[in-house]
Design a binder for this molecule. Structure first.
Ligand SMILES: N[C@@H](CCC(=O)N[C@@H](CS)C(=O)NCC(=O)O)C(=O)O
Length: 116
């Protein structure tokens, strides 16, 4: 998914009442990993450096989660990272998102209710 499409998905406001709109309620980070995977370690180290909490799915002993990962990402390698349900990619993709500033933008989103 390109930068603009991802932004549109993540930042599109939801009208919750006539006077307020809620923008991107929470940043949910998910990562599918296998133990003894250096790329997974690298991706988690990067997320840890951002002080973000994430849901980790260890797929080496969980065939159902592995299938889920493949279906969601259309990829067979670990790690696979999702932010707010949107596929970011593997470790290299996560690093590229960090280098471009996109990762910080995505993770810095906090709950905001804006009076209109
Ligand atoms: N370029 C990928 C490389 C990922 C990769 O090669 N992961 C290895 C494990 S470290 C893998 O999934 N190998 C296949 C397998 O374990 O089934 C990334 O940055 O995430």
């Amino acid at each position: 998914m390109d930068y603009q499409t991802l932004n549109e998905h993540l930042y599109s406001p939801t009208i919750t009442s006539p006077n307020t709109k809620t923008v991107n309620l929470m940043t949910e980070v998910e990562i599918y990993t296998k133990s003894h995977c250096p790329f997974c370690h690298r991706a988690k180290t990067l997320l840890d450096s951002k002080k973000v909490s994430y849901q980790e799915y260890e797929v080496s002993t969980d065939p159902q989660k592995l299938r889920e990962m493949k279906t969601r990402s259309q990829r067979n390698t670990v790690p696979q990272v999702f932010i707010n349900g949107h596929h970011i990619g593997g470790s290299d993709d996560l690093q590229a998102a960090d280098n471009s500033g996109l990762l910080d933008e995505l993770l810095d989103r906090s709950p905001k209710t804006i009076a209109s």
